[in-house]
Design a protein around this ligand. Sequence first.
Ligand code: SAM
Length: 250
Amino acid sequence: MTSGPYFWTTGNAAKAYCLQWIANEVEKRGVDAPLTILDMGSGTSGNFAEFLQANPKVGYIGVEPYALACEAARKLLPQRENIRIVNDLAYDLYGRVITEPVDIVVSFSVMEHVVQRPRYLQTVYDCLKEGGTFLINYDAGHFNPNRDLKEKLKTFLSPWMARLGMEGRYQKFVPEQDFRQWVQQIGFEIVEAKSFNTQMKGLHKRIPSAHQQEHQRRWLEYEEWLNEIVTDYSDADAFLWLSRNFILRK
Ligand SMILES: C[S@@+](CC[C@H](N)C(=O)[O-])C[C@H]1O[C@@H](n2cnc3c(N)ncnc32)[C@H](O)[C@@H]1O
């Protein structure tokens, strides 16, 4: 039996953690208070479909360069005027795509695919309201070029594809020191840094669907506890924790 929070999407502890953070924020502000989320690299927007259905006052702008994913997102999301999908790379959006600064920006599993990283982070900063929050996670663990031939090829070919304008397939490790330096130079305050997605992420796929909510709850609880007792992190830990997760404030 499930007790505790309901997860809109399961299978990734970092995303579940951020979505829970957003659900708490909506509850704190009051469900009738309008709030807008900008989702950088939104894919099919599957993380937000159920959440937006349940929270009609929450506005959502998804920015995604892959046209087919945009089409799928438009079919998946509720049709209403405070929800839109923009088919574009998430660079220089303020004044062009975003005209009013937003309350929350999310970037889930995108940063590791972004070619121009400081420009991407500056875009987030420009789109946020003063005091607004940026929830970002990126995968560190699945870019092990030593793992198999497919990973080796992807890591080798994707920078060349990016030069030909195919940025969406790019993949490169995000070094901790670089990330911290970029966000601090731009002016973000680092409110929190955590790591998620131990090998329990792989196990989740084996959990029968009737138990996935409960498994997600126990998994997240376990990893939140791990974060309390293991507070140091270096790039060498990237294969223990598959995702880094930051909460930043403007
Ligand atoms: C692993 S998917 C994650 C999708 C979604 N955020 C999620 O959590 O399901 C990475 C996405 O980043 C997008 N992407 C890559 N480079 C991007 C960029 N510069 N700006 C915006 N999106 C980008 C890709 O097209 C892809 O949809």
